[in-house]
Write a protein that binds this ligand. Structure first.
Ligand code: MG
Length: 403
């Protein structure tokens, strides 16, 4: 007799800064359930409603074994498709179904994908500081913990992920807030990487995230100027809206390009992969719809020499990190995994959250995704509704800008 979807539960929790959305699919087989990440932290209410009011009635009674069919039908069921809210909702369901299939098979999800290509996933970690000297110090501390890959940014918090400036030339009456100057961003980061290479040499691997803050022509010039520092990759040097400019970068320098955390739609990544215009695909697995599309795009990228570097900050839930890891262990074209380090409280809330030792992330070999949630602890950390501030940034003349 088929095991079917009996109930779908949406768990909202905020153990630290990020609001996390976990989907729990409860099956007709007593005690068998699966977990998936549907985290769209800035619009968590919208995803919650999409799951509870739209997907749940559509899913109840369906056969849990039919992951592919459920994914395909969920995508077209709304007729309009590939938006961030619905993709995240579908991802939560998709990942939970992979978790259930693994539990039913008695195997970790990476086995269902084709088995391991490696024992653990190499990670990169964020190194930051207000000055170039402080960034070097931070790298050295992280090296002592075994890390080998560092995403280096100026600024002491994630909300100031690159150097912010005090607007001295803003028009009268300009609003207060976070301002950045594109010329200053480029020159201060060139000085930063010169200092790091000078102090620490070329044996360590470095990344930098431009956070899509530059004009396209400046982005081309910046990628060229960074070439001498031999980056592992330069991330989001362009905005998705400026994808066509990658061709110019490719023609002018060999700085490896990483792109994709903002992508929702296959139209966004397909031309970049087919054209061999990027080196690393960085999609946010829940934002693209879950393990099912991520597996397909990884295999597609492998044919074009494009490697994976799935988005992995703290607004990917621990369940999402586990999903990333299973893809990483399998993918022949795995590149690197972003890692954010969670504190003890999060490990307590999510038993089985992957562990990182000497910079490598390991799976725990339990069936499915190998991760659980303590719902009592999660309930003690409800999500707070608030206006998001870090995505409100401005240019020196006061114009709103990409964060
Ligand atoms: Mg990024």
């Amino acid at each position: 007799m088929a095991v079917t979807i009996k109930d779908v539960k949406t768990i909202l929790t905020q153990p630290a800064g990020a609001k996390l959305i976990i989907v729990k699919i409860i099956t007709s087989d007593d005690g068998l359930y699966g977990l998936g990440c549907a985290t769209f932290t800035q619009r968590f209410h919208a995803v919650h409603v999409a799951i509870e009011e739209h997907l749940k009635p559509f899913l109840i009674g369906r056969d849990v074994d039919r992951i592919e069919e459920i994914w395909q039908m969920s995508m077209v069921n709304s007729y309009w498709r590939n938006g961030p809210v619905l993709n995240n909702a579908i991802s939560g369901v998709d990942q939970a179904l992979w978790d259930i299939k693994g539990k039913r098979a008695g195997m970790p999800v990476y086995q269902l994908l084709g088995g391991k290509c490696r024992e653990a996933a190499d990670t990169y970690i964020h190194a930051r500081g207000d000055t170039a000297e402080a960034v070097v110090e931070n790298i050295q501390q992280l090296q002592e913990q075994g890390y080998r890959h560092f995403r280096c940014q100026l600024g002491s918090s994630s909300s100031a992920s690159s150097s912010m400036v005090t607007p001295t030339s803003a028009p009268e009456g300009s609003l207060t807030g976070a301002y950045y100057d594109r010329k200053n961003l480029m020159s201060s980061n060139l000085r930063l990487f010169e200092h790091i290479r000078c102090e620490l040499g070329f044996a360590i691997e470095l990344m930098h995230d431009v956070h899509e803050r530059l004009h396209p022509t400046d982005a081309v010039g910046f990628a060229k100027d960074m070439e001498e520092f031999k980056l592992f990759f330069l991330e989001d040097v362009l905005a998705p809206e400026d994808n066509d400019w990658f061709r110019n970068i490719r023609q002018q320098c060999s700085t490896p390009q990483a792109m994709g955390e903002l992508f929702n739609h296959p139209h966004e990544w397909r031309p970049l992969i087919e054209g061999r215009l990027i080196d690393f695909m960085r999609m946010h697995v829940s934002q693209m719809g879950g393990i099912t599309p991520a597996r397909n795009v990884a295999a597609f990228g492998n044919m074009y020499g494009v490697r994976t570097a799935w988005h992995g900050p703290n607004d990917t839930s621990p369940v999402g990190h586990a999903a990333n890891l299973h893809l990483d262990l399998w993918a022949p074209n795995f590149g690197i995994q972003e890692w954010c380090r969670f504190d003890e409280q999060v490990y307590e809330m999510f038993p089985g959250l992957p562990e990182v030792r000497n910079g490598y992330m390991y799976a725990n070999e339990k069936p499915g995704l190998g991760i659980d949630i303590d719902e009592d602890i999660a309930a003690k950390h409800p999500c707070h509704n608030e206006v998001i501030n870090w995505t409100q940034k401005r240019l020196p003349d006061g114009s709103p800008a990409r964060p």
